[in-house]
Design a protein around this ligand. Sequence first.
Ligand code: HAM
Length: 420
Amino acid sequence: MSTFQAPKGTYDLIPPESAKYLAVREAIAAPLRNSGYGYIETPGFENVELFARGVGESTDIVTKEMYAFETKGGDQLALRPEGTASVLRAALEANLHKLGNLPVKLWYSGSYYRYERPQKGRYRHFSQVGAEAIGAEDPALDAELIILADQAYRSLGLRTFRILLNSLGDKECRPVYREALQNFLRGLDLDEETLRRADINPLRVLDDKRPDVQKQLTDAPLLRDYLCDACKAYHEEVRELITAAGVAFEDDPKLVRGLDYYTRTTFEFVHDGLGSQSAVGGGGRYDGLSEMIGGPALPSVGWALGVDRTVLALEAEGVELELPASTSVFAVPLGDEARRVLFTKVTELRKLGIAADFSYGSKGLKGAMKSANRSGARYTIVAGERDLAEGVVQLKDMESGDQRAVGVNEIVAELESKLG
Ligand code: HAM
């Protein structure tokens, strides 16, 4: 192992690529900020209990993938594998739900950790932007979140993603379905581990990707046929609201999610250009989670979009993001006097909000011009002793290659008018 190697399943974000990640985070956050969601940040780790109770003790995330550890002080902690349980915990701790302003709408952006088998699009450290609307049962809220995610992806230029929609029922109808599914699964030819899963978490078996399992599931009972009237009506209204907003979706009665807290509306955003790790985002309603972690009844809904996979999806579609130039003006001083003068000019430009950079480390003209080219700057200002003696600097347009002298005292205003 080389000292310079990031841990397995992780990677570094390095310029210029890293700018894409910032742009993706920004594009996902923009519609949320515009829709009443406030920014929340929670710690990178929590008491392991929160995830065991919240995400679910029978999920892969908790049983196999959690980075759990004991601190020197004896606390049992885990790096967060997802954001929903933490955000709800934080909202309860700050009593946000008691301020008389439900739903509490929050958005977040950060790193999450799952000890998964790494492959393209599946990492042990990854990044999500998420949104949670806590404390209201209203189909319009579910619809709002789906519409905002759609808007975020479209604003980035993504086109070939699909929205899969399902309802997982509630505490009235799901247990009835669960039993029917269990009875069905027990009659199949399944290996021991899968049978055990059928006992603990039968809905997860529907998500088994192996063809021999899938083949046997063709006639499996569907939750759709077991939904109670209240869940049916709720789901129908969500569908109608999304349809009215012009957002296309597909009903996927077999959609289950890898976390146990979901009730009623569940959805996933998938991109077909990504191979097996096709989910670029997902979410749904979690009406029972607050009670599961010891809080009051607070019906809620949310989603998280994967930043890493969204970047991969953009690449798969060949979308080039319009990223702001990181440097507009590059200064190349030739000699000590020019260094002092141009350094001052660069500082002035930066104060005006113009992205400017400087040739550091006393390179020769050739090396400095190479740096100017690499910086992507639209203009370069070059000055040597002779220029300064004449009271000018050379302004070079890097696109046309034209170069002309501009007065030292005029150069900042000149660049401001060109770039402003
Ligand atoms: P999730 O489906 O587990 O849901 O994760 C959401 C998204 O995070 C996935 O669709 C995927 O894009 C990305 N993601 C998950 N695991 C990985 C990984 N190992 N490598 C790369 N990307 C990954 C949740 O986390 C829920 N908390 C979403 C939610 C919010 N539900 C309600 N509110």
